[in-house]
Write a protein that binds this ligand. Structure first.
Ligand code: FEO
Ligand code: CA
Ligand code: CA
Ligand code: CA
Length: 621
């Protein structure tokens, strides 16, 4: 069972201490290499990274803000456990930082996310560059004889961006809620945005989650429909203001969801309804069209994690809505899983459930089905497409349990336990059993076992795996960390704001932290240092800090090669704690110069880190 593998204890590396340095720190006996920073050319005419790169050039380079990631061994056939020396690294690019991206923004007094306007409009090519720095990268990589990895120039290499043509599948396809000027019959849209974590299907495709997409739109109508309002679309302003790009082309105008035409097919009032989905991508077919699988619901998808697929049984996957007091969902397919059927359409029919965590440690999955339990005309629902477009509303009406921001999920491959990080919720005033701390600043990790060990069950039993927090010095219950044995966290494992999560073949639980940049290294968060990655053994409760990252970043995305001897992680938004005041002081790249160490010419860049053990051993030992 978990923790009792032939090799003895699972977690045997020496813990690294907390860090405030602008470095990657790994345990003794481990080494690392930085690859594929933002702007690395991967396809097309392979334009070299330069701050003067155009929007078109950005579309041939690695995007920015690397996040969820998977390594697909180059042999694409079942059981998908092939090469540990060559494969496709596929990763999300969650967002961009204009103050690090454009020559005329650098050195200006700009806060995070702020953009410089040209009067009332935005520079067209800057908007294009930002859209092309979003999305997903597919990169063919190969291990060299010295453990280092290199890019392979290959037809597999691909950029999917915020403007790539995509199709909608499932009940929302063809609904009048997704008809736009771009797709009057409501079957297609352009691009994927704010892709946070991901999932890997049992048929070896990649799923990118659309998380904080709502901020990219605005809607100036006097009345904002519920499918916009419930997701936080604002009336007058939007992240990056792409709708204001000079020239007024449709591909920018679409970020303004105001009703300007006579009908929905003459404007983009429904464009936001084409976002908030899980997007399936076949990395082995560079010509494939990404597909938004609407049966999995529309919300702030952090990611998706599949239960092990069993021939003849339904396919089951779990997904969290990372927003304060939102919910955890699971999808159960109507059709049985069949090996060799790889078109993904099994995700288009089935039931989406939302989780209710009872205070006594039991739980229930509540179905979101049109016509059942009040999801009908009495609450303004017209059909199943309407229920799915308004997933948050439907889940709330069903009595789902409001959670402390569900981030990544993971399934233990050895016993089927499901884990979800609940990153934090400092505003919580009404605790519940599964979210027991008021002002939960440091988050926790919840765990459940489905009834009869069957992922398709509609009931489960849950417990709390660990509580984030400090070593307990303050005596305040909402600040104290606890490990899986209920013991206080120590200098070797205190952590705050768990986010990234993955469980390896031996049941090691890998936990990545994301203390927000406004809190990092200050106040009650100072004790945690920079964001980090830890490793826990669920059988013994042992937990140790494995890696600390540079200044201002979060550690996110984690996978190993099948032999577990190479690990890939991402470092996202290094230097994000830089303030406008520091910029104004005339320094270019203050705080972090990771990884280029070129403080005048190169901004801090998100990048992938490859980690190996010098003795060739399994990562974590
Ligand atoms: Fe993009 Fe919830 O982290
Ligand atoms: Ca996250
Ligand atoms: Ca983040
Ligand atoms: Ca986060």
């Amino acid at each position: 069972g978990a923790g009792e593998g032939e090799g003895g204890p699972l977690v045997t590396f020496k813990a690294v201490p907390t860090s405030e340095s602008d470095e990657i720190i790994v345990p003794e006996g481990y080494s690392y290499q930085v690859i594929l920073p933002w702007g690395t050319p991967i396809t097309g005419s392979m334009p070299a990274f330069d701050l003067a790169n155009t929007g078109e050039e950005q579309g041939m380079q690695m995007g920015s803000h690397h996040d969820g990631m998977h390594f697909f061994p180059i042999e694409g056939e079942e059981p998908f456990e092939g090469s540990s020396d060559e494969g496709l690294l596929v990763m999300n690019h969650e967002y961009v930082e204009p103050r690090f991206m454009h020559l005329d923004h650098i050195g200006q007094e700009l806060g995070s996310g702020a953009v410089i306007m040209k009067g009332d409009v935005r520079d067209r090519d800057q908007a294009l560059k930002e859209i092309n720095a979003h999305g997903v990268s597919v990169v063919h990589i190969r291990k060299r004889s010295d453990n280092r990895w290199e890019l392979v120039q290959s037809d597999y290499n691909r950029r999917i961006t915020g403007r790539t043509h995509m199709e909608l599948a499932g009940p929302v396809r063809g609904s009048d809620l997704v008809r736009t000027k771009y797709s009057p019959d409501g079957i297609a849209t352009r691009g994927t945005l704010n892709n946070c974590a991901m999932g890997v299907t049992p048929w070896n495709t990649y799923m990118a989650a659309e998380e904080n997409w709502a901020g990219y739109f605005r809607n100036r109508d006097a009345e904002i429909p519920r499918e916009h309002a419930n997701y936080g679309i604002r009336a007058n302003d939007s992240r990056y203001r792409w709708a204001l790009a000079e020239g007024g082309e449709d591909e920018f105008i679409r970020f303004d969801a105001t009703s300007t035409g006579a009908s929905a097919t003459e404007d983009y009032r429904n464009e936001p309804n084409c976002f908030g989905w899980m997007v399936e991508i076949d990395p082995f077919d560079p010509d494939s069209t990404p597909i938004k699988r609407t049966t999995l619901g529309r919300f702030g998808h952090e990611g998706v994690v599949f239960g092990p697929a069993i021939e003849g049984q339904p396919v089951v996957c779990y997904s969290g809505d990372d927003s304060t007091n939102q919910f955890i969902y699971k999808f159960v397919s109507e059709q049985p899983f069949q090996k060799g059927v790889t078109d993904g359409s099994i995700l288009d029919t089935g039931i989406l459930y939302v989780a209710k965590f009872n205070d006594d440690g039991s739980g229930e999955w509540l179905p979101l089905v049109y016509g059942q339990n009040g999801l009908d005309a009495g609450n303004g629902f017209r059909d199943q497409a309407d229920v799915l477009v308004n997933t948050r509303l439907a889940a709330g009406l069903m009595g789902a349990t409001p959670m402390d921001r569900p981030e990544w999920g993971a399934v233990d491959p050895n016993n089927g336990d499901v884990y979800f990080t609940l990153t934090n919720n400092s505003g919580r005033s009404e605790p519940n059993g599964a979210n027991p701390r008021t002002q939960n600043r440091h988050g926790h990790i919840i765990r459940w076992q489905e009834a009869n060990g069957n992922h398709a069950s509609t009931t489960f039993d849950w417990d709390i795996f660990i509580f984030g927090g400090d070593a307990g010095e303050s005596g305040q219950a909402n600040l104290a960390g606890k490990d899986a044995n209920g013991d206080a966290l120590t200098a070797d494992n205190l952590l705050s704001s768990p986010d990234g999560l993955w469980i390896d073949k031996d049941s090691r639980v890998w936990i990545q932290t994301d203390i927000g940049e406004g809190n990092q290294n200050s106040g009650v968060f100072e004790v945690f240092g920079n964001n980090a990655m830890l490793c826990a053994d669920p059988a013994t409760g042992e937990m140790r800090r494995f890696l600390t990252g540079p200044i201002g970043q979060e550690v996110t995305g984690v996978i190993t090669t099948p032999d577990q001897k190479t690990m890939f992680i991402n470092i996202q938004h290094p230097g994000a704690t830089t303030t406008p005041q520091e910029w104004a002081a005339g320094q270019r790249y203050v705080r972090s110069t990771w990884p280029d160490r070129n403080p005048v010419r190169v901004p801090p860049r998100s990048a992938t880190v490859v980690i190996w053990k010098d003795d060739g051993g399994v990562i974590g030992t």
